[in-house]
Structures are given as C-alpha cells and as structure tokens.
Design a protein around this ligand. Structure first.
Ligand code: OSB
Ligand code: MG
Length: 377
C-alpha cells in the first residue's frame, strides 16, 4: 500500500555543457523541477518534471507546473491509499484535462516509491526485460553543415547507435546530407523538426526521403495526426511522432490513420508510466516500434527513462545519453555512463531508481523549495 504524507518541490538550475538548439528555441541552462514524495514511514522517492523553461515544445512550463502540482495534483495524492502506483494515473486524470508533465512528475515518483518499498528495481516494476539500453544522441542545430557533420562523426565514434539531428527550414537537407556522408551507410541518422514544417514543404521532405534516414520525427504541427498521414503517404522514410502523441488515444489515431510508423515515448509528455506502458503495449500489438525520448533530464529523470526503455518494444535506441553529454556534474551517483558499444546499463542491482540521489548537490543548486502536506493536517 502506498500513502504519501508530504510532497516537496525543488527547483534546481543546471547549465548545459553546450547550448541545445531546436527549431523553436535554444536552451543554455535547465531549470528543473524535482519532486520528492515521502510516506508515513519516512521512505521517499524522486520524480522530475520535464516542463521546459519556455512553452516552445509544449504548452507546459516549469512555472506552470509549480502552480499545478501544489494546487491540483498533490491534493489528489496526499493521504490517499493506493494499492499500487499503477492506480495513480486514473486518479490524476479524472475530470482533469492536460498538464501531463505535472501529473507525470508525481505519478512517476509514486512508481519509484513502490519500487523502493518493494525492494525492486524500477525497471522490473514497469515490466522491463532489457539489461542495457541502446543509446542515441540528439544533436542541436549547428552553424553550418560541416559543424554538424563533425559533431555527428564524433558521436558515432563514441559508440552512439542512433544520431538524431535537429533541423529547421534552411538548415535541413544540406545539413543532413553532410551528416549522412560523414557517417556512411551504418550511420543510423534521423532528423527531428519539432514542428517547423507544413505540407507546403513537401519538396524538402522528399529531398530528406532520398537520404535513407531511420525516421523523420515530428515534421508538422505539434498537435497534428491528420496532415502527418498525408505526408507519410508521400514518403518511404517512417515518420515518428513525438509532440502529437499525448496519450494512448492519439497513438491509436496515429495507427488508424497511418500518420506515423514509429512513436517516441516520453513519459512526461503522456502523463507518466501507466500511460507510457499503455502506448507501448498498443504499439507492440500493431507492430509499431517505440523508443524513449529525452527532455534534457538530470540523472533522476534519466533513471526513469532508462527503466522505461527496458520494456521489450523499446526496440530502437533511446535518447538516454550519459550524464557527461549534458552536465559537468550530475545530481546522482554514480553518474550515467555509456559503454563504447553505445549501451547504457539498466541498474538492476539496486532497488528504485538504481542510483543514489546526491542531496547535498541538490541543496547547492536549489533556488526555491515548497513543501505540501494534506490540508488540515
Ligand atoms: O524533440 O525530442 C525532442 C529536448 C527538448 C525538447 C524536445 C526534444 C529534445 C531532445 C533532447 O531531443 C533529447 C535528450 O534529452 O537528449
Ligand atoms: Mg522530438
């Protein structure tokens, strides 16, 4: 039985080792909202809200999450008895639209707490079967084709098993072509547009289609599944949806309409692990591969992602790069590492997240904190 008495929110600031540019904006420093859920016995577990600094990926931001969690989400969880973390999703979703990233931060912390209390690795609690995760890198937009080709080649040599390159109009075909030429046929290159195109850009999409990419991620509008179906009909390259898939219903629509043939699952975007597993299972039933996306998470969010990516239908490399790709120093020990073959190991030797949360480091980086308990207690 799970019953949480206190939820603590903390905002930390973590500068990225290099700026990360996508079609809709650049991030240089992450403002990360961490949540800690604490039960009666004092057992605690962590979650991370993936809401961005700006509303350029989704309407959610860290500041909106900081309002939503104490006011609307924590009260549904505090003092309530859950048989299992699996039951939290329905409670958070009942007559409560959207705010998936805020809900997910708490829902995922509840799974971590259950794993902790049952002394099992989070991966096992979720139904994971993999012991190591094939890893991809997501490279931000660079100043010219030579610069992105050099970055991609360095990543390929480090062992990364999938190289994702961000694109935007004017920085697309020539950039991707340079990467493909640098890496050769074993490059496993893909492009992610973060909604920067419309169907009027079909010639650009057709040119990308000639390059033999593993997939093209979310080229069209962030909430669309209809125009993507028209595009997919014109392309041999599989379209992968990210932003558009906010839950299992949209995944169902994607499959019915053939608007994409691969799903990037980010647990934050879909409201947590229960919904991620539902999408995973639906896709598996329909022969649609999935992979685990990333949102420039700290070592805590990364632990959640690695656990999720251990499920069997996560058959393509995930954006679960090691700590050093993002930070000079992470907030967990040991830090996340990748071997020279491009695998991140699933920590199966420790319960819960499988890494130790560095509280002292979090205190150092913390710029605000709020503790929420059940009203009247
Ligand atoms: O579209 O996948 C995306 C980061 C921020 C917002 C959107 C995206 C991303 C990434 C980062 O691609 C992947 C990572 O965490 O390494
Ligand atoms: Mg994406």
């Amino acid at each position: 039985m799970l019953s949480v008495e206190q939820i603590v929110l903390r905002e930390i600031r973590l500068p990225l080792v290099e700026p990360f540019q996508i079609s809709s904006g650049t991030t240089t420093e992450r403002r990360i909202l961490l949540v800690e859920v604490i039960d009666r016995s004092g057992a605690s577990a962590w979650g991370e809200c993936v809401g961005g600094e700006m509303p350029n990926y989704s309407p959610e931001t860290i500041d909106v999450a900081w309002l939503m969690i104490p006011e609307w989400i924590a009260p549904r969880v505090l003092g309530r008895k859950f048989g299992a973390a699996r039951d939290v999703h329905a409670v958070l979703d009942y007559d409560f639209r959207g705010h998936n990233m805020s809900k997910a931060a708490i829902e995922m912390a509840m799974w971590a707490l259950e794993a902790e209390l049952r002394s099992m690795p989070l991966s096992k609690l979720l139904g994971g079967t993999r012991e190591k995760i094939p890893t991809g890198i997501s490279l931000g937009i660079q100043k010219d084709p030579a610069a992105i080709a050099a970055k991609a080649l360095a990543a390929h040599k480090q062992g990364y098993r999938k190289i994702k390159v961000k694109i935007k109009p004017g920085k697309d075909v020539e950039y991707i072509r340079a990467v493909c030429e640098a890496l050769g046929p074993e490059g496993h290159v893909m492009a992610d547009a973060n909604n920067a195109y419309t169907l009027a850009d079909l010639p650009v999409m057709k040119a990308l289609d000639e390059l033999g990419l593993v997939m093209i991620e979310q080229p069209l509008a962030w909430d669309d599944v209809v125009q993507h179906a028209k595009l997919q009909r014109e392309l041999r390259t599989p379209v992968c949806l990210d932003e558009s898939i906010t839950g299992v219903a949209q995944a169902q629509n994607m499959i019915e309409l053939d608007s994409g043939r691969i799903v990037n699952i980010k647990a934050g975007r879909v409201g947590g692990f229960a919904e991620s597993i539902a999408i995973h299972d639906l896709c598996q039933k329909h022969g649609v591969p999935v992979w685990c996306g990333g949102m420039l998470e700290s070592g805590i969010g990364r632990a959640h992602n690695v656990a999720l990516a251990s499920l069997p239908n996560f058959s393509l490399p995930g954006d679960v790069s090691p700590s050093a790709r993002y930070w000079t120093r992470d907030i967990v020990t040991p830090e996340w590492t990748m071997d020279s073959e491009g695998f991140v190991r699933v920590p199966l030797d420790k319960p819960g997240l499988g890494v130790t949360v560095d509280r002292a480091r979090i205190e150092e980086l913390c710029v605000r904190t709020e503790s929420v308990t059940k009203k009247g207690v």
